[in-house]
Design a protein around this ligand. Structure first.
Ligand code: NAP
Ligand code: ZN
Length: 352
């Protein structure tokens, strides 16, 4: 074991502060990584504040962070896919049982024994896993991704969660070219959803509560913008969408978005609000509409997404911050005031 500096929260009401955690010595299958950048996902905030207590209670201290880009510093003897010096990524998963049906089908995120990057039982050290708000991490090689060299590492970090979480459901929906696709919420996930839907040739409409984001939405690839708090704008688009991706992190009326779907339209939830969302049966019955959910993506699909981003020059729009500003960043994220993902420059941890 060796010490690593990290930022952790001691309770649901504590700020994130400097801490020292333990990382394991690399096993023969492990990759040791010096973390360069880590994105701030709204899931980090939900977890730190124990907002998912009914479903996934938080164990403290909690070190969040699952949008990790770093440089390989050492590899175990059996590692073949990565070598010291490589630019690599780690997302929401660091291990699984490698043997269940989900693992065989390359959807490790649904493995009943999946180990998430933070707040998951740690089979090596006991306690729970600690995430990317830290100077380094040690991960099984099959959960380490290759980052295309031409991508900016700070902007690539959010691809590891926000990227795959939006790429996967849009890809799975089918051929989206020419379809009318809505993205609800222009935050970390939403702005990646806009970039991917646009890259796949959809007619993209951003549905936002923030009128001031309209210009950015168009720059990011939206063809149109609807301000959801304006009933007239919502009514004008009723029944016209093929697919809607809902990335909203807080309580909201999903029925207002269901009425935007046309016949056989589908809304996929990727946002994970604390409380259940009431759904009107009638909003589904008329138009034979569907609601579905999606959780990140498997490792192979995450690599596919990263390679796609490398080919098309896609990264997140990031505000790079030192880790000392992380608590302020959380408050700004809660106010939907981030353009459009915070990426922590982990060099800022060195001087602490
Ligand atoms: P984020 O950057 O905070 O973006 C959320 C956006 O939702 C905001 O920017 C805002 O956009 C909109 N919004 C916020 N409150 C709203 C409200 N009350 N009504 C309507 N819209 C509202 O968060 P994120 O990191 O993208 O994450 C979004 C959600 O996805 C979180 O719940 C997170 O935990 C979850 N998540 C799920 C997965 C998965 O695998 N399914 C993976 C990662 C994250 P506008 O200003 O444009 O309205
Ligand atoms: Zn995330």
């Amino acid at each position: 074991m060796h010490d690593a500096k990290a930022y952790s929260a001691a309770s649901a009401t504590s700020p994130l502060v400097l801490d020292t955690i333990q990382r394991r010595e690399p096993t023969e299958r492990d990759v040791a990584i010096e973390i360069l950048y880590c994105g701030i996902c709204h899931s980090d905030l939900h977890t730190v504040r124990d907002e998912w207590a009914d479903f996934m209670p938080t164990t403290y201290p909690c070190v969040p962070g699952h949008e990790i880009v770093g440089r390989v510093t050492a590899v175990g003897d059996a590692v073949t896919a990565h070598a010291p010096g490589d630019l690599v990524g780690v997302g929401c998963l660091v291990d699984s049982d490698h043997s269940c049906r989900a693992c065989s089908n390359h959807v490790e995120q649904f493995c009943p024994n999946a180990t998430f990057t933070y707040n998951s039982p740690d089979a090596h050290l006991g306690g729970v896993t600690y995430g990317g708000y830290s100077e380094r991490i040690v991960v099984d090689e099959s959960f380490v991704l290759r980052i295309p060299s031409k991508l900016d590492p700070a902007g690539a970090a959010p691809l590891l969660c926000a990227g795959i979480t939006t790429y996967s459901p849009i890809r799975r929906w089918g051929n989206i070219e020419g379809k009318k696709v809505g993205v609800v919420g222009l935050g970390g996930l939403g702005h990646m959803g806009v970039k991917f839907a646009h890259a796949f040739g959809a007619r993209v409409v951003v549905i936002t509560t923030s009128p001031a984001k309209a210009e950015d939405a168009r720059r990011l690839g939206a063809d149109e913008v609807i301000v959801s708090t304006d009933p007239e704008q919502m009514a004008a688009h009723a029944g016209t969408f093929d697919f809607i991706l809902d990335t909203v992190s807080a309580d909201h009326d999903i029925n207002a978005y269901l009425q935007l779907l046309g016949l056989d339209g589908e809304i996929t939830l990727v946002g994970a609000p604390e409380k259940p969302l009431p759904v009107s049966a009638f909003a589904l019955l008329f138009g034979r509409k569907r609601i579905s959910g999606s959780l990140i993506g498997g490792i192979a699909e995450t690599q596919e997404m990263l390679d796609f981003c490398g080919e098309h020059g896609i990264t997140a729009d990031v505000e790079v911050i030192p880790i000392q500003q992380v608590n302020e960043a959380y408050e700004r994220m809660l106010k939907s005031d981030v353009k459009y993902r915070f990426s922590i420059d982990m060099a800022s941890l060195k001087g602490e």
